[in-house]
Write a protein that binds this ligand. Sequence first.
Ligand SMILES: C[S@@+](CC[C@H](N)C(=O)[O-])C[C@H]1O[C@@H](n2cnc3c(N)ncnc32)[C@H](O)[C@@H]1O
Length: 210
Amino acid sequence: MRYLGVDISREFLRESTRCLADDYPWLEVHAIHADFCQRVALPPGVPCERPVAFFPGSSIGNFAPWEAQDFLRGLHGLLPAGGGLLVGVDLIKDARILDAAYNDAAGLTAAFNRNLLLRMRDEFEGDLDPQRFMHRAFYNAAESRVEMHLVSADEQRISVAGEQFHFSSGETLHTENSYKYSVAGFQTLAAHAAWTDRDALFSLHYLERA
Ligand SMILES: C[S@@+](CC[C@H](N)C(=O)[O-])C[C@H]1O[C@@H](n2cnc3c(N)ncnc32)[C@H](O)[C@@H]1O
């Protein structure tokens, strides 16, 4: 059996495929450093009979629905007949559960969000003080998505990669969306079969290419 891991982060790809190869010595592990938003070229000479693409977590939610549809269409084109796709999809649920998850007590999501500021500062010659932006995440029910923002604590001017930006107090940088679906809603995007957990918080969809 073969596993072909795809990730845009070379370091994460190297580490995760190495762990997988250590844990499953019988598995033939390949690493493909690529952007999955582009057409991913599979390595020549690696046979893939009845391949199953696995898109775990709820990364599909980071696409807008129309982008998710394009992504699924692209995978359909990549896989041969009989190939499958197992995809994790976070479900619409009580807004309090979502708000708590994206405002976790340990501050992990806030740190993830604010990391953008550190990268702007360190990698794009940013002249900004990360402390002057606050993490904000909330469920936008009208759009069925959790939105993450960085809120300017006061009026300020920053510069990134030679460009100047003005923020008034409370103005936000909209940094991420995480769309939530109903099982039926996701199935209208693309699906043949769906499973969900007991509390209907998360769903796994197995799509088979006809
Ligand atoms: C939030 S992590 C999710 C990891 C895993 N799917 C899970 O559920 O635990 C997202 C992963 O997708 C990778 N990634 C994000 N955008 C990508 C892209 N356009 N092409 C390839 N990999 C990407 C990131 O480097 C990261 O490893």
